[in-house]
Design a protein around this ligand. Structure first.
Ligand code: PBG
Length: 333
């Protein structure tokens, strides 16, 4: 007994941290390849793989390069990829007409991927921003992103995607009632197995900037998305959004962005106990990579720690631009 310091600690938390084997035994959460969803960017044309400037290591690919681009994800066992199209300006208009074209880039990509990799899950983003010349997720009436008119285009978009082989439609538009409308449309067409992963709690965030560069909607976006995406100040509101989407038939729900919103992930998981996903968005990826490029962060450690944090918060899976690299690390361990 050292009287100057008082009694020795009866409980020493550090004992269980003393060796790698105990640290493994007491680990509460694990990240596995089964938790990873890889977002990828596709573009029109051929023979091109182009870098996204604000997302070092992330590329857009033309369809003739798509299978080779996706093959490593399939080999590593990544369960699903999420597809995002870059639409050339001449195919954009105010109504997002190209979104409902059964031969648009997304649909062609889905058919190609399903034929080559039938076991790979395909997630299709449902929102109009890649297709509108104003960059909004819905159609505009009297200067306002109109809810019910947008639903008509969004349901048509979900339908052509599903018919082309998209397994999971993921509405990221934040219109009210979209999940019910999409479910009814899909069921009416006999597409009862198509799942809906709703971006239930999607915030009007500054962290989507690099994504908008990647799909080319950043420069065209007029104004902001605050009349439909959520206010970052709110948390209870996310509970209502998730409850509604589940009541309307969502099979899985998502919180987006990810790292600054882990409190929301935890609340959703605790309250609803449903398959819950989080999106580590483009700006989060860009932040980590900018620090890595400056030599301020270790890429692999920062990547793996950030992904583990989603698991700890209760996420069942994470959409991450790091997905394939993380799968590689997990395999080598
Ligand atoms: C489209 C959509 C966005 C993202 C995914 N789907 C952009 C936005 O809402 O403006 C962002 C993803 C990312 O930043 O990685 N509605």
């Amino acid at each position: 007994m050292n009287s100057a310091l008082g009694a020795f600690p009866a409980i020493r938390m550090r004992r269980n941290r003393h060796d790698a084997w105990t640290r493994r035994l007491v680990a509460e959460n694990r990240l596995s390849v089964d938790d990873l969803i890889w977002p990828i960017f596709i573009m029109e044309g051929s023979g091109t793989v182009s870098d996204v400037g604000s997302m070092p290591g992330v590329q857009r690919v033309t369809l003739d390069r798509l299978l080779a681009h996706v093959a490593p994800a399939v080999e590593l066992g990544v369960p699903a990829i999420a597809l995002f199209p870059m639409t050339p300006a001449e195919k954009k208009d105010a109504e997002g007409t190209e979104a409902r074209n059964p031969d648009n880039l997304m649909c062609r990509a889905a058919r190609l991927l399903k034929r080559e990799f039938p076991e790979l899950g395909l997630i299709g983003d449902v929102a109009l921003d890649p297709y509108t010349d104003h960059g909004h997720d819905g159609v505009i009436r009297d200067g306002y992103v109109a809810n019910d008119e947008s639903l008509e285009v969004l349901t048509a978009q979900a339908l052509v995607q599903s018919q082309a082989g998209i397994d999971v439609v993921a509405p990221s538009d934040m219109m009210d009632g979209r999940v019910a409308a999409i479910r009814a449309t899909l069921d009416g067409a006999g597409l009862v197995h198509t799942r809906i992963m709703s971006y239930a709690a999607k915030y009007a965030s500054a962290f989507y900037g690099p994504f908008r560069d990647a799909v080319g909607s950043g420069g065209t976006l007029k104004g902001d998305k605050k009349t439909y995406q959520m206010d970052p100040a709110n948390s209870d509101e996310a509970m209502r959004e998730v409850a509604l989407d589940l009541a309307e038939g969502a099979d899985m729900v998502m919180v987006k962005p990810g790292m600054p919103y882990l409190d929301i992930v935890r609340r959703v998981k605790d309250r609803f106990a449903v398959p819950t996903y989080a999106y580590q968005v483009s700006g989060e990826y860009a932040m980590i990579m900018a620090a890595v490029q400056n030599g301020w962060l270790d890429r692999e450690k920062a990547m793996m720690e950030s992904l583990m944090a989603f698991k700890r918060a209760g996420a069942d899976g994470v959409l991450s631009y790091f997905a394939v690299d993380a799968a590689r690390v997990l395999k080598d361990r």
